[in-house]
Design a protein around this ligand. Structure first.
Ligand code: BJW
Ligand code: ZN
Length: 236
């Protein structure tokens, strides 16, 4: 039984890290990217999630994000978030831009791809500000330099935030076990952290609705919805 093996691997581990992607929040109603009903089947990522796309149509990109902001801001954590948050001492490395792990009560969350509730200046003059996802501010300019404001989300071709990347790398390299949940593990450099953990000696437990690029690295793989599996996997 993969679930029994997975539970055993976690029972033997002292330092457990979770590594999550969009599938973790699917049962909260937030779409993934690469599933058949995923965001990238409807929207061109190079138009909505790249610097060139923003340069071409900043107002269109902001309108799209503001719509997602209100939707994501109204979402609640699901049983998978709650199960992860209930394990004290766990570090959570996530690619997700929602705050659902924090909403569930998780204390130590490392966001590799940014946040939906923060904006910064496109010209990178240093100005940034919080955004209430339920009351987005629309297209506007930086009060310091006049460049457009943009979401603090890591787009294609952009570097990951350095501090988060360093901490995630250290946490994954030092883990005894990693629960990889709801990610296709196709987007780099984030996906490379699963290999970093494995090379550091961590046992890898993969929880996903279908096989993914993380499957070949798994010591145990449990296929199914995270909201059903994680509460069982992480129950005391
Ligand atoms: C369930 C479930 C349920 C469903 N329960 N499971 C080789 C090496 C290094 C880089 C590259 C490379 N080749 C190409 C690159 C560049 C690129 C990249 O990796 N592209 C790949 C697509 C090939 N990477 C980058 O550009 C990164 N930056 C970078 O490399 O900088 C260096 C550089 C600089 C200059 C030039 C070149 C390089 C940045 C990547 C940033 C990613 N940003 C996004 C945008 C978000 C926009 C937004 O949200 O508004 O982040 S893309 C999108 O993908 C989002 C996600 O965080 C990320 C990962 O997706 P995730 O979470 O895995 O979701 P899915 O949909 O793919 O998978 C969901 C899974 O869940 C599925 O498997 C389902 O089955 C499962 N599931 N329901 C459990 N209920
Ligand atoms: Zn500015």
């Amino acid at each position: 039984m993969p679930l029994t093996l997975a539970r055993q691997l976690l029972a033997d581990a002292e330092h457990i890290v979770s590594f999550s992607g969009a599938g973790l929040s699917r049962e909260s109603g937030i779409h993934t990217f690469r599933d058949t009903d995923g965001i990238w089947t409807k929207v061109d990522p190079m138009k909505m999630a790249s610097i060139d796309g923003f340069r071409d149509d900043p107002e269109g990109v902001i309108a799209w994000y503001d719509e997602r902001r209100t939707f994501i801001g109204a979402a609640d954590p699901n049983p998978a978030h709650l199960a992860l948050a209930s394990r004290s001492g766990m570090i959570h490395v996530t690619q997700n831009i929602d705050r659902l792990l924090e909403k569930a009560g998780a204390v130590d969350v490392i966001h590799l791809h940014g946040h939906i509730d923060r904006d910064h200046c496109f010209a990178e003059c240093g100005y940034e500000e919080d955004v209430d996802p339920l009351h987005p501010k629309g297209f506007r300019r930086c009060p310091m330099c006049g460049a457009p404001m943009r979401p603090s989300i890591v787009w294609y071709g952009e570097m990951l935030p350095e501090r988060e990347w360093m901490r995630a790398h250290l946490s994954m390299a030092a883990a005894d076990a990693v629960v990889v949940v709801g990610t296709s593990a196709e987007v780099y450099p984030a996906a490379g952290l699963i290999g970093v953990a494995r090379e550091g000696g961590a046992r890898i437990v993969v929880v996903n609705t279908e096989r993914s690029a993380a499957s070949p690295l798994a010591d145990a793989e449990v296929l199914g919805p995270a909201g059903e599996i994680l509460p069982e996997l992480l129950a005391p």
